[in-house]
Design a protein around this ligand. Structure first.
Ligand SMILES: Nc1ncnc2c1ncn2[C@@H]1O[C@H](COP(=O)(O)OP(=O)(O)O)[C@@H](O)[C@H]1O
Ligand code: SF4
Ligand SMILES: [Mg+2]
Length: 334
C-alpha cells in the first residue's frame, strides 16, 4: 500500500488578497522507502501541498481531490484520528522549525512529549527513547539535558528530526528543513535524514528551491510551477536532462560543483513566477519560456509521459506511444 497517495489535489486560499488557486491539480504517489524531491521557485505551492498532507491549512481554505496516508483518507478523517496521525503517521519538519523549540524546557523533555502523548508511556520511558533517538541523529546523550539556546542551529535542526522520527511515522516531509543551515551542516543533516529513512523504510518528501540538493538526496524529482507539476521523473534524468524548459532552467541555475565551464555560464531564468490570482492562459510558463511557440498561450498542457517513469507538461515533449495490445501480450509471456 502506498505511504502517501495524492490524487488531483486542488487548493484555493480565500482571504484579503482575493482568491488564490495555490495548487491546481497535483497527483503523487510514494511507496514506503521512496524519496521524492519537490522543487520550484518560491510561491509555486510546495508548502501548501505539504500542509495539506497533514490537514494543516488555515480554516476556510478550499481543498478538493484525495489525500490517502497509509490507506486512510486525510481530508475526511475525524479530528481525533488526525491528531494521532500527525506524528505517528506522518510528520513535517519545516524551515526554521528549530526556532519552535520551547526555550524553557530541556531537549529530552521536548523530544519525549509526542511519545508520551501518542503512546501513553511514562515520561521516564519516553525520555529514555528520546535519548536513543538523539543518538541516532548524532547528538550525544548529555545534550538531552541542554536547553535549546545551548545548541547550535544544526544541532537544533537535528533535534527536530529526532522529534519527527519519535513516533515512527511512515512519511516525513522536510520543507526547506536544511535551508537555514550552513552548507557543511546542511550536508550532514541531509546525509543523516537519507540514512534514517532508508534504514526504517520511511517515505520522504523533501522540499527545496535547490534542485541540486534534492537530486543528491532523493531518487525522484518533481518540479512545480504555478501550482502544477511540470515534470516528474528519476532524479538523475530530471536534474541533468530535464524535458520541461522550466525544469531545465531550474537545474541550470545550480551548476555542477567543480565544473568550471558551468560556473562561467549559469543559465538563470529571467522574470518572476506568475501571480497565482492572475495566471497566464494556456501553458502558464509561456511568458518566460525561451522556446515558446504560437500555440502555447492558447493550449492547456497536462503532464505527458516522455517515458513510462518520466512525465513533463510541455507541448514540445513527444508523448510516448501507447503500448500496443500485441506487445503487452508478448510481455506477459516473457
Ligand atoms: N495562508 C495563506 N493565505 C493566502 N495565500 C497563501 C497562504 N499561504 C500561501 N499562500 C499563497 O499561495 C501561493 C503558494 O504558496 P506556498 O505554498 O507557500 O509556496 P512555496 O512553498 O512554493 O513557496 C503563494 O502565492 C502564496 O502567497
Ligand atoms: S508548452 Fe510551450 S510555453 Fe510551455 S514550456 Fe512548453 S514550449 Fe514553453
Ligand atoms: Mg514554502
Amino acid at each position: 500500500m502506498p505511504a502517501l497517495e495524492i490524487d488531483d489535489l486542488r487548493i484555493t486560499y480565500r482571504g484579503s488578497r482575493g482568491v488564490i488557486p495555490a495548487v491546481r491539480g497535483i497527483s503523487l504517489s510514494l511507496e514506503p522507502g521512496d524519496t521524492l524531491g519537490l522543487a520550484g521557485e518560491s510561491g509555486c505551492g510546495k508548502s501548501t501541498v505539504a500542509a495539506a498532507a497533514l490537514r494543516l491549512l488555515p480554516p476556510g481554505t478550499e481543498v478538493s481531490g484525495r489525500i490517502m496516508l497509509g490507506g486512510e483518507d486525510i481530508l475526511t478523517m475525524s479530528f481525533g484520528r488526525l491528531r494521532a496521525v500527525r506524528w505517528a503517521g506522518a510528520s513535517i519538519v519545516f524551515q526554521g522549525a528549530m526556532h519552535s523549540l520551547n526555550p524553557v524546557h530541556r531537549i529530552a523533555r521536548q523530544v519525549a512529549e509526542p511519545i508520551v502523548l501518542h503512546e501513553g508511556v511514562s515520561t521516564d520511558a519516553a525520555e529514555k527513547r528520546a535519548i536513543e533517538l538523539m543518538a541516532q541523529v548524532g547528538l550525544p546523550a548529555w545534550r538531552a539535558r541542554s536547553y535549546p539556546h545551548e545548541l547550535s542551529g544544526g544541532q537544533r535542526q537535528r533535534v527536530m528530526i529526532a522529534m519527527a522520527l519519535a513516533c515512527s511515522p511512515q512519511l516525513i516531509i522536510a520543507d526547506e528543513a536544511t535551508t537555514a543551515l550552513d552548507v557543511m551542516i546542511q550536508a550532514q543533516v541531509l546525509a543523516l535524514l537519507e540514512g534514517l529513512v532508508a534504514d526504517r523504510n520511511i517515505a520522504l518528501i523533501m522540499i527545496s528551491h535547490d534542485l541540486s540538493v534534492l537530486a543528491e538526496t532523493c531518487a525522484r524529482l518533481a518540479v512545480m510551477y504555478a501550482g502544477k507539476l511540470v515534470e516528474e521523473g528519476p532524479s538523475h534524468e530530471v536534474f541533468g536532462h530535464a524535458r520541461h524548459p522550466y525544469a531545465q532552467a531550474l537545474s541550470a541555475a545550480f551548476p555542477t560543483v567543480g565544473d568550471p565551464a558551468e560556473r562561467r555560464n549559469p543559465h538563470g531564468l529571467a522574470g518572476d513566477p506568475p501571480d497565482p490570482a492572475a495566471l497566464p492562459t494556456g501553458c502558464s510558463f509561456h511568458p518566460r519560456c525561451p522556446v515558446v511557440m504560437d500555440t502555447c498561450a492558447s493550449t492547456q498542457v497536462e503532464l505527458r509521459h516522455a517515458r513510462s517513469d518520466w512525465q513533463a507538461a510541455c507541448l514540445r515533449v513527444e508523448p510516448m506511444a501507447p503500448a500496443q495490445p500485441a506487445m503487452l501480450a508478448e510481455e506477459k509471456h516473457d
